[in-house]
Design a protein around this ligand. Structure first.
Ligand code: TZP
Ligand code: MG
Length: 207
């Protein structure tokens, strides 16, 4: 979970998508999520298949955002869902016991419920200001600590994390960071990923 990269082609300014993702994997991303809010379903499906094969070559787990149906259909390693994607469904049953289930949670209550429902990890944020997700609610490092104490599954922090502010998460007990724009909007996404991976290892690797 140390450097969890989430795709968002809108930050790439037309630069080719799959080659950039491959460079980010080669540079040390440890987890990959396809999250493309603007793609139609057919394109999302095609891209998901392509990234699944790519991530497998780098031995990095690959999950798709939002849709457990697509995750199952392409036999992804798993799915990452937000609270609004759950809708009272038993996603663990739909996904099967071996797959990765990630859930976004930014309160103790939703985090505990996610763990009880079979989540393998939770994503918590936004820990810093972000423009990537317009409706992201900010949480404090104190709230992050409270969530850390309430669950025992791995936690990745998300939201506005970059090389300049990642140090503020030291001591929060997280397992790693989840990053979109600090990687994909960087002039050199691979270099950004390399730097973030090194920082994340230093800050969160000693547990
Ligand atoms: N969930 C909470 S904040 C966020 C998501 C998907 C956006 C993270 O993107 P960035 O660019 O790393 O701030
Ligand atoms: Mg969602």
């Amino acid at each position: 979970m140390r450097l969890y990269a989430i795709t968002d082609r809108s930050w790439l300014n037309g630069r080719p998508f799959v080659p950039e993702v491959e460079r980010v994997l080669a540079a040390g991303a440890t987890f990959l999520q396809l999250r493309e809010k603007e793609l139609d379903q057919a394109s999302f499906l095609a891209e998901a298949k392509e990234l699944k094969a790519l991530a497998a070559r780098y031995r990095v787990p690959f999950v798709v955002n939002d849709s457990v149906e697509i995750a199952v259909r392409i036999d992804a390693d798993g799915v990452h869902v937000g609270q609004s994607d759950i809708k009272g469904r038993d996603l663990r049953s739909l996904l099967g016991p071996e797959k990765i289930l990630g859930v976004s949670a930014n309160t103790v209550e939703t985090a505990v419920r996610a763990e009880e429902s079979g989540a393998d990890y939770i994503g918590v944020g936004a820990v810093f200001g972000t423009t990537t997700k317009k409706d992201a609610q900010n949480i404090t490092v104190q709230q992050l600590l409270e969530i850390r104490r309430a669950v025992s599954i791995p936690i990745v922090a998300i939201g506005g994390i970059n090389a300049a502010n990642i140090g503020k998460l030291a001591g929060s007990g997280i397992d790693g960071v989840s990053v979109i724009s600090a990687i994909f909007a960087a002039p050199d996404p691979a270099a950004a990923a390399r730097e973030l991976r090194a920082l994340s290892e230093k800050l969160f690797g000693g547990k």
